[in-house]
Design a protein. Structure first.
Length: 495
C-alpha cells in the first residue's frame, strides 16, 4: 500500500516537473469511417494511422454535439451547449458566446504556465455584437485563455473570408475597409444568386450569397480584397502557423488547438491533392487533413518533442456528404462509408452524429492499443485540469475527469453520456436511448438521417452497433428509466 502511494506521489511529481505539451488535432466533419485506422478500405490516411498505431485508439470517443458550434462550445467550456441559448451554428458576424474571463480548456493550460494557441476554425463568435472588422477584434480567443490566435471567424462557407491573427485581420489594407452583413447584399458586389456564371463550384442548398474566389458563401461582404483567403492554400496556411507556434514554444510547455477546416465545405483542396482520393474534393480534403497531421507530427519529431507530447486527434461532428455544394461528393462516393459501421452522420441523433475518430498518443506515458472506454470532448477541461495538477473549472459542470481512460488505465470511461444530435439522446454503457421526436426522419438538404421518430428508440450497441433493431417496445422498463435519466441529465442534476 505504502509503495503504491509513493509511486503515485512520484508520478504526480514527474507530471508537475515535466508537464507534457498537448496538441489537439481537430478535423471538421470527419466521420468515424473516414480514416483507414477505423477500418475504411476505401481511403488511406497513413499519418493518422501511424498516430493510432503509436497511441490509443478509442472506439467509443465522442464530440459533444453533431454540429460545430455546440460541439466546440462544450469542448472548451466543459458545459453541454444545450444548457445555453444561442449556441447553435453561428453566422460569421456573431458575438463571442463564451463570456470573457470564463474558465476554458485554454485557460486551464494557461493557468499551468502553458503557451496556448488556437489555429484554424473558430466559430464561437467574436466581439460583443456590431463588430467593426477594421479595428481591434475583441473579445475573442485571447480573452478566454489563448495566448496566440490565428483563425477564421466561422467556417469556410461563411463570410468574412479572411484570417484573424490575435486581434486583427491579416493583410487588411486600411484603404479598402471590410464590411460584413448577414442581412442584405452590398450593391455592386457579385453574389452566387445574381452571378452564377462567375461560379466555379455551384451550391446545392443555400450558399448563394457573397461570391469570393469563384465560390458563393453564406452572408455578404465587401472590401478587404487584399486580405481574402485563397481556399486552396488554407490547410497549408494553418499548418504553417501551427508549426511556427510549436517552434516558438518548443521550450514548452504548450497547448496547440489545431482546428483544421477539412473536410468541411467548400472542399477546395490544394492542387497537389486534387484527384488523389478518387472520391472528388471530399476525399481529397481528407487526404489534405492527413497531410497536415503528418507535417505537425514531423515537426514534433524534428524538435525532439515526440516523447513528452500528448497528441489528441478527433473531429467536431460526424460526416456529411452533400453539405450544400455540388462537389461530386455524392456521385463519387462509391463504396466508401463516411460513418463506417454507424448509423446517421452530422446533424443526427444516431451514433455517427457524435461518435468520431478519437486517438491519444503520448509515448512517455500511454501504451499503444485500442480502448472501448466511453469518453467525450466535454471532458477535456476537467481531465486536463487533472493532468496539470489543478481543480476542474467550477463552471465546467458537465466535464468529468476521464484522464485515467485517456491514458489507457481505465477501459470504461463514463457511465453515462448525453449526445446532442439535434434531439438529445442518452448512452448508458452500451444502451442508447432516443426519445420520441417530431420532425423529418431525413434532412431534406443533406439526406442524413436525423434520428427523429414518433416513438422512443432503444438500441443495444453491443449487438447492434448500426442501431437497426429498436428494442423500445420489448424493453419498456429500460426505455422508461433511460427517459428519466436523460431528463435528469438535461436538467443538470449531477455530472
Ligand atoms: C449549415 C450549412 C452547412 C454548414 C453547416 C455548419 C446550408 C444549406 N448548410 O447551415 O453547409 O455550413 O451549417 O457546419 O447553408 S458546421 O460543421 O460548422 O457545424
Ligand atoms: Ca463541423
Amino acid at each position: 500500500m505504502k509503495s503504491c502511494w509513493i509511486a503515485l506521489l512520484l508520478a504526480s511529481a514527474t507530471l508537475a516537473a515535466d508537464p507534457p505539451n498537448v496538441v489537439l488535432l481537430y478535423a471538421d466533419d470527419l466521420g468515424y469511417g473516414d480514416v483507414s485506422c477505423y477500418g475504411s478500405k476505401t481511403i488511406a490516411t497513413p499519418h493518422i494511422d501511424k498516430l493510432a498505431a503509436e497511441g490509443l485508439r478509442f472506439t467509443d470517443g465522442h464530440c459533444a454535439a453533431a454540429t460545430c458550434t455546440p460541439s466546440r462550445f462544450a469542448m472548451l467550456t466543459g458545459e453541454y451547449a444545450f444548457r445555453q441559448k444561442g449556441t447553435g451554428v453561428l453566422p460569421g458576424d456573431a458575438k463571442l458566446i463564451i463570456k470573457p474571463g470564463r474558465a476554458t480548456l485554454a485557460s486551464v493550460f494557461k493557468g499551468a504556465g502553458y503557451q496556448t494557441a488556437v489555429v484554424g476554425k473558430w466559430h464561437l463568435g467574436l466581439g460583443e455584437g456590431g463588430l467593426d472588422w477594421n479595428g481591434a477584434i475583441q473579445p475573442g480567443p485571447l480573452e478566454i485563455g489563448f495566448t496566440h490566435c490565428f483563425i477564421m471567424a466561422a467556417t469556410g462557407d461563411r463570410v468574412p473570408c479572411v484570417y484573424v491573427q490575435d486581434r486583427n485581420i491579416v493583410g487588411l489594407d486600411p484603404a479598402d475597409p471590410i464590411q460584413v452583413s448577414y442581412q442584405q447584399p452590398f450593391p455592386g458586389e457579385p453574389t452566387g444568386k445574381a452571378n452564377p456564371e462567375l461560379l466555379r463550384m455551384h451550391p446545392s442548398h443555400g450558399h448563394d450569397m457573397a461570391l469570393i474566389n469563384g465560390i458563393s458563401r453564406i452572408g455578404y461582404m465587401k472590401g478587404g480584397k487584399a486580405a481574402l483567403w485563397k481556399d486552396e492554400d488554407m490547410a497549408d496556411t494553418f499548418t504553417a502557423q501551427a508549426v511556427k507556434f510549436m517552434e516558438k514554444s518548443k521550450d514548452g510547455p504548450f497547448f496547440l488547438y489545431f482546428a483544421a477546416h477539412d473536410p468541411h465545405v467548400p472542399r477546395v483542396p490544394h492542387p497537389r491533392f486534387v484527384g488523389k482520393s478518387g472520391m472528388g474534393p471530399r476525399g481529397d480534403a481528407i487526404l489534405q487533413f492527413d497531410d497536415s497531421v503528418g507535417t505537425i507530427l514531423a515537426t514534433l519529431d524534428r524538435l525532439g518533442l515526440k516523447e513528452n507530447t500528448l497528441v489528441l486527434l478527433s473531429s467536431d461532428n460526424g460526416p456529411v456528404v452533400d453539405d450544400g455544394y455540388q462537389d461530386e461528393a455524392v456521385q463519387k462516393l462509391g463504396s466508401h462509408h463516411p460513418a463506417g459501421p454507424l448509423r446517421g452522420g452530422k446533424y443526427s441523433a444516431f451514433e455517427a452524429g457524435t461518435r468520431v475518430p478519437f486517438i491519444v498518443r503520448w509515448p512517455a506515458k500511454v501504451k499503444p492499443g485500442v480502448s472501448p472506454a466511453l469518453v467525450c470532448q466535454v471532458d477535456f477541461p476537467a481531465s486536463f485540469a487533472a493532468l496539470t495538477g489543478q481543480q476542474a473549472p467550477v463552471a465546467a459542470v458537465d466535464s468529468q475527469n476521464v484522464l485515467p481512460a485517456l491514458l489507457g488505465e481505465d477501459k470504461t470511461g463514463r457511465a453515462e453520456l448525453v449526445e446532442q444530435g439535434g434531439p438529445l439522446s442518452l448512452r448508458q454503457g452500451n444502451w442508447k436511448f432516443i426519445p420520441a421526436n417530431q420532425g423529418p426522419a431525413r434532412s431534406k438538404s443533406t439526406d442524413n438521417e436525423t434520428g427523429n421518430a414518433l416513438g422512443p428508440q432503444l438500441y443495444d450497441l453491443s449487438k447492434d452497433l448500426g442501431e437497426s433493431q429498436n428494442l423500445a417496445q420489448t424493453q419498456p422498463d429500460l426505455t422508461q428509466s433511460m427517459a428519466a435519466a436523460l431528463e435528469k441529465a438535461r436538467l443538470g442534476a449531477g455530472k
